[in-house]
Ligand binder design. Structure first.
Ligand SMILES: Cc1cc2nc3c(=O)[nH]c(=O)nc-3n(C[C@H](O)[C@H](O)[C@H](O)COP(=O)(O)OP(=O)(O)OC[C@H]3O[C@@H](n4cnc5c(N)ncnc54)[C@H](O)[C@@H]3O)c2cc1C
Length: 809
């Protein structure tokens, strides 16, 4: 065994093997993989090997596409048979909503170049004669689905990596990990020690236990999962003889099962409601290429439906039942990337679909390690999308919810209940008493809208307009015509202090820093000129700043800031030690002025002022800005003051007709003001030039990514963020939700990033990226909403108050 290596990958499942392979592909060859038993000994060996490209996040779908296309190459290069079968796959719809979902999935696939087809139930029956047609109303056929041999794929990755110089030590367990002061690692195994610059936790079923070796509690949990394999079936033989190929795979959402041909029989797996975690507290090290005892009673309800939907299955003999564990993160996507706060420590775990995702996970992690950047938008997989709040019990609740909903639709306006409420602010009970309908992000509850008194605070889930629609319209009118009050604690808040802070931030930010007492907006870029963050910067002293950013990116962004930290500068995450309320609307100033001695007249407190003032008796930082685009204020206080502040503002607002508004209204109001948002319009795959962040981009100072911006400005951006006025279907109106394709002259030319119905202006609006040469004001496009191409006109300016007079009043 080597005494030292640049990288030690812990775990020889399909994911660890893929990471090793991709590291060598990118030129890091002093790399080793340590496996406690044999390659595949965790969850990999008993997987069903199914793979597909479809994913709710288009960026993850792209990586799945990459994975599926990689198998032929590694098979050829290694000489190892990967058992690749590509019979295509059907997704079956049994009701209208599922059909809508399939149409939306097909539409999303269009701009990824996926060639999927909506077909009738009769056509589905022709392709897959085992199904009983009357239970279905249609299907989506994806020719790029198939299955592989899990062990073959893992060995092929390993073999290619070995050819490039990597070493693999099997029957070698990592028992401990110790970091040296210089950030390198001593990897302690039962066969000796390896000194490594980097470690990668690809421990699969034991990833949580490997994390614990360095005091980490990764949000990952294994679940039991069952599939059965039948004896050979005459129906299968007949189909194969008649068509000359194997049956396609089939996903039956209603039955919560998947089915595919396995040799001369069928393989049927279920995601049962009565799901069971495996080793919820501690995974045993003695578990070795083992299976769990099957529990047919548990999957009986799913089998019953499967036998109705595929009658031939009811008569087939069962040859084998597999019950094995595999891992999930709370949202079902992998955990990948550098662990925040721990140098040279990387993870690639919680990969629940190793054969669809393993290649993309390996590629992006290897790029991140060797090039400093994953090279793709991997937010949906970033380990930093969770903070310390994602405890073992939270993970347990969320993973069980996710597993049992694997084949259920999650609607764009749906908020799932497990693991909530977790974080609440002091005004939670006040807002609940006002009939708030709550949503959650990054563990924190935030009000979505306020149901009318006497009605249940519940939102109907739908792809179209919900029962919130008329109520949110009233909330918007309150803000635009009088004054609205809302909670704004769901921002990430950071404080930057210490000598050299200004110089440090100026080198990170695209905008000039504001003067003390002022706020402005800025972007931060990577060296390639892509947007890594978008922030409001409030300066309270020469070297004293508050930064406000996206809350869900709190761990993600603070990892980035800390990775660039300069000597003498202090960077603090304020989290819920600073909470906020926001007042917005034409009389917001009158309300706030009635409870403070500080003059709020525009000449004394102009737009984009940020100062420490007293509001009533409460010490507060007050910024004159709101995301609604109206005259307004964000008032930041320590949590112990928030209830008193709420009561004060609520009372003071009564003579002015104050009303509460929530996040849904805010999204509607920001759309008519043409304000973009992080993780939608602004993401690491876009540049500030494409995103038209002109006001945040000043080339009068040096900052990371400036050279790339200048080069792009010189050649012109390939695509541009467009602002679209969409005409919804008048009979059954639906607004965009994001990721819809944008058509032009019969071809898909772009995609929607976000949108909403702008209630006050009475327009359905969307943002989306289109080729720059088409981004001409007045140009006509079509946006595909639930299978319908709806006309959309590109607008040059906000539909409301384009000169921004309301904010500056
Ligand atoms: C019944 C079943 C059916 C499935 N069907 C499919 C499917 O059809 N399609 C699909 O994509 N996925 C499927 N999966 C999921 C798939 O198995 C996983 O996504 C995949 O195996 C994850 O691979 P991994 O490398 O992350 O983890 P693992 O396979 O668990 O690998 C981790 C490895 O790390 C080693 N290890 C851990 N700790 C240490 C240590 N301290 N020292 C040394 N070595 C260590 C372990 O021994 C293990 O070999 C299925 C899973 C099950 C259970």
């Amino acid at each position: 065994m080597k005494a030292s290596a640049q990288v030690v990958v812990i775990g020889g499942g399909v994911v660890g093997a893929s990471v090793l392979y991709h590291l060598t592909e990118l030129g890091w060859t002093d790399v080793v993989l340590v496996e406690r038993k044999e390659l595949t000994a965790g969850s990999t060996w008993h997987a069903a090997g199914g793979m597909h490209t479809l994913n709710g996040d288009p960026n993850v779908a792209k990586l799945q596409q990459y994975t599926v296309n990689l198998y032929r190459e590694i098979e050829q290069r290694s000489g190892q048979d990967c058992g690749i079968h590509m019979p295509g796959g059907l997704m079956l719809a049994d009701d209208r909503e599922r059909m809508d979902w399939l149409r939306m999935a097909q539409a999303r696939g269009r701009y990824l170049g996926m060639d999927m087809e909506i077909i009738s139930a009769a056509e589905a029956k022709r392709l897959f004669p085992l199904l009983e047609e009357r239970h279905f109303i249609g299907a989506l056929f994806d020719p790029a689905e198939g299955h592989v041999d899990p062990a073959g794929v893992t060995r092929a990755y390993a073999s290619c990596a070995r050819q490039a110089g990597a070493e693999i030590y099997q029957h070698t367990r990592v028992g401990d990990l110790r970091q040296r002061p210089d950030g390198t690692w001593d990897v302690i195994t039962d066969s000796g020690e390896i000194h490594a610059e980097h470690i990668v936790n690809a421990g699969g079923l034991w990833a949580r236990e490997v994390g614990r070796m360095i005091g980490l509690e990764l949000p990952v949990l294994a679940m039991e999962h069952m599939y059965l394999i039948t004896e050979d079936m005459a129906e299968v033989a007949e189909y194969n003889a008649a068509t000359g190929h194997e049956l396609p795979m089939c996903l039956d959402f209603d039955g919560e099962n998947y089915i595919r041909q396995e040799r001369g029989g069928m393989l049927l797996g279920t995601y049962e409601q009565a799901c069971v975690p495996w080793s919820p507290r501690e995974a045993p090290w003695t578990f070795d290429k083992q299976l769990l005892t099957p529990d047919l009673d548990r999957i009986a309800p799913s089998l019953e439906i499967a036998f109705k939907h595929y009658p031939a299955m009811a008569d087939a003999g069962i040859k084998n039942v597999i019950n094995g564990p595999f891992t999930f993160a709370p949202d079902g996507n992998p955990l990948v990337g550098p662990v925040p706060g721990v140098r040279n420590c990387w993870v690639a775990c919680a990969v629940m679909a190793g054969f669809s995702q393993g290649g993309g996970v390996g590629l992006t992690l290897a790029r991140w390690m060797t090039e400093g950047d994953p090279g793709e938008d991997i937010w949906a997989m970033d380990v930093a999308r969770y903070g310390n709040w994602a405890s073992l019990a939270y993970t347990n609740a969320k993973v069980r919810e996710n597993y049992s909903r694997r084949f259920r639709i999650t609607f764009p306006n749906e908020e799932l209940p497990a693991g909530r409420p977790l974080h609440t602010t002091p005004v939670y009970d006040r807002l609940t008493a006002h009939n708030a309908v709550w949503g959650a992000g990054y563990g924190l509850e935030h009000p979505l809208w306020f149901q009318r008194a006497g009605e249940e605070p519940i939102e109907d889930v739908t792809f179209r307009r919900s029962n919130a629609f008329p109520v949110v319209a009233e909330e918007c009118a309150t803000v635009r015509e009088r004054v609205g009050l809302t909670e704004c604690s769901n921002f990430a808040k950071y404080r930057v202090t210490g000598a050299g802070s200004a110089e440090w931030l100026q080198g990170l930010f695209t905008n000039r820093l504001p003067r003390p007492g002022r706020i402005n907006l800025t972007a931060a870029l990577d060296p390639g000129g892509h947007i890594v963050g978008e922030f409001s910067v409030a300066r309270v002293g020469p070297d004293d700043f508050f930064l406000f950013g996206s809350q869900i990116a709190e761990a993600h962004h603070s990892r980035w800031f800390r990775g660039h930290l300069a000597e003498g500068v202090r960077f603090d995450v304020l989290a819920l030690s600073l909470v906020g309320l926001s007042l917005a609307g034409p009389v917001a100033r009158d309300v706030l002025q009635s409870v403070t001695d500080t003059s709020l007249a525009t000449e004394d407190y102009p737009f984009m002022t940020f100062r420490r003032i007293d509001v009533g008796m409460i010490p507060a930082y007050v910024g004159r800005m709101t995301y609604t685009g109206d005259l307004g204020y964000e008032i930041w206080v320590a949590p112990e003051y928030q209830r008193a502040l709420f009561d004060l503002l609520w009372r003071a607002g009564q003579p002015y007709g104050v009303g509460l508004f929530g996040f849904r209204a805010l999204m509607s109001l920001r759309m008519e003001k043409m304000f973009g948002t992080w993780f939608r319009e602004y993401r690491p795959i876009y540049t500030p030039v494409e995103a038209r962040m002109d006001r945040s981009l000043k080339l009068d100072h040096d900052f990371i990514g400036r050279a790339a911006v200048e080069a792009e400005l010189a050649r012109g951006p390939a695509r541009t963020l467009g602002y679209l006025d969409v005409t919804p279907d008048p009979t059954e109106p639906a607004d965009v939700v994001g990721d819809e394709p944008i058509w032009h002259n019969g071809a898909v030319v772009g995609w929607v990033t976000s949108g909403a119905y702008a209630h006050y202006s009475g327009r359905s609006l969307a943002f989306g990226y289109v080729p720059s040469e088409l981004a001409v004001p007045g140009a006509m496009f079509e946006v595909e909403i639930i299978g319908q191409r709806r006309p959309a006109r590109l607008l040059a300016e906000p539909v409301l108050d384009p000169a921004g007079l309301r904010m500056r009043a």
